[in-house]
Design a protein around this ligand. Sequence first.
Ligand code: NAP
Length: 321
Amino acid sequence: MIKFGIIGCGRIAQRFMQGFAAIDDVALVASYSRRAVTVDDFVAKYGGKACYTLEGLLASDIDAVYIATLPDSHAAYSIAALKAGKHVLCEKPATVNLAELDEVLKAVKETGLLFMEGMKPPFYPLYTKLKAYIANDPIGPVGYVRAGSAVADCPPDHPNYTLDLVGGSLMGIGIYEAFLAIDWLGDLQDIQTMGRFGDTGIDMFAIFQTLHTGGYAQLYAGFDMHGKGDALIVGTLGHITIHKNWWNPAKATIDYLDGRSVEINEPFTAGGLNYEIVHFCHLIKSGATESPIIPHQMSRQMIGMIDRARAQVGLVYPSEK
Ligand SMILES: NC(=O)c1ccc[n+]([C@@H]2O[C@H](COP(=O)([O-])OP(=O)(O)OC[C@H]3O[C@@H](n4cnc5c(N)ncnc54)[C@H](OP(=O)(O)O)[C@@H]3O)[C@@H](O)[C@H]2O)c1
């Protein structure tokens, strides 16, 4: 049984609990959120103890914390939890920037505990099955990835629009695109970014094209257009379409140069976060300090890519000034 505490009881924490309910051998012991009313409502719905201070949560009988606050507080909570002897599963993006992530990784090294960024797509059954399928029936070396997501239905009071809370399309959405490009194409070599800002000072829409060790990617992220979409992954012998919404993948088509077309359907259950939770618990039991699927170096590359994209559009967060 892995005993969890939750920090930040908002929207994604509720979806986490949907996944949690589908897993054996996990227990929600305690939760903490900035406002008492938020944690009280959460605990009334999902059980466990309400904590009104961070210290109270970290003193609880828990093995691990799931950090589901906004990115402005991810690093501080991750470091505090590690130093209190707790393993950490932290929502994406892991931190505001690479310098902050390296501080977290320093705490991982000092404590020997597990830290994993909750970058969910590779844990979905579709993604796992797709990787296994093309290992047996390859599309050749992959040299191009095209993907993006723009969500026009985000309510105006959403923290995505708040500069102080590290909102913006690159941080909120672009980090997924960074994952896909790095996962299929390897390390970032170069990047070109364009973007436009909204009234609140965040990037409302950004396009970034990147050069990696394996090839090129063309990516976008935004909040003012309805652009939810597919991902295209192109190799010398064929291409893969991960159908919309690729970041919650359930269906892919592989089209081969020889004319064959293979469809993979693999629906996800319980909201989809259950798969990363199972993986995280397995890592705790095996004594690992990082995930082989989202290793620390990959988290460093993802946030490093967003750092470079932000620098090119001129997006600096108040905490970085
Ligand atoms: N994996 C995914 O599929 C996915 C999807 C959406 C979002 N996310 C990520 O999840 C994170 C949270 O997003 P969300 O949509 O859940 O936001 P949200 O609904 O605003 O939830 C965050 C919650 O954390 C609490 N909080 C905020 N700052 C805090 C602080 N400094 N200390 C303690 N509690 C704090 C807030 O509650 P009170 O202030 O009322 O206490 C709020 O309810 C973000 O990093 C986002 O990128 C992941």
